[in-house]
Write a new protein. Structure first.
Length: 138
């Protein structure tokens, strides 16, 4: 199948498929005319990559997962280890986002939101809060 059909069936943009080919994640055959010829196996790899990426796995992690996917002698423990590591990364990101939300909520609470130009949010972004508390401000 051509790249357009592979794109339609895998749910991946043509540009992404070309990128995956460039970095060696898929290796479609080339016809006599030089056009890519994706096999059913290539399509399965593309669908696998699409799903893995949608779950947040990096390109390197996808490369490792593809290797495990194709290894019929793999240990499921290896797949579980990689996935548990991803869960830890997601948990760290959630903690960072919660912290960010807390800070933004505090800033919104400190701002009067009226017609005056004074704004603690702008002051914080400009670093004025830090300078005033360190003795370098007004």
């Amino acid at each position: 199948m051509n790249i357009g059909t592979a794109s339609e069936k895998s749910g991946l943009p043509v540009k992404t498929i070309r990128y995956y080919e460039d970095i060696g994640l898929v290796r479609p055959d080339r016809g006599g005319n030089g056009y890519r010829d994706f096999s059913i196996s290539d399509l399965q790899r593309l669908k696998f990559l699409q799903r893995a990426r949608s779950l947040g796995f990096s390109i390197d992690e996808c490369r490792e997962l593809l290797s495990l996917y194709e290894d019929r002698n793999r240990a499921s423990a290896d797949v579980k280890r990689l996935t548990k590591s991803k869960i830890g990364e997601v948990d760290r990101k959630i903690a960072e986002l919660k912290s960010l939300r807390r800070v933004l909520t505090e800033l919104v609470g400190a701002c009067q939101g009226d017609d005056r130009p004074d704004c603690p949010i702008i002051d914080d972004l400009a670093g004025h809060q830090d300078m005033e508390t360190s003795g370098n401000g007004k």
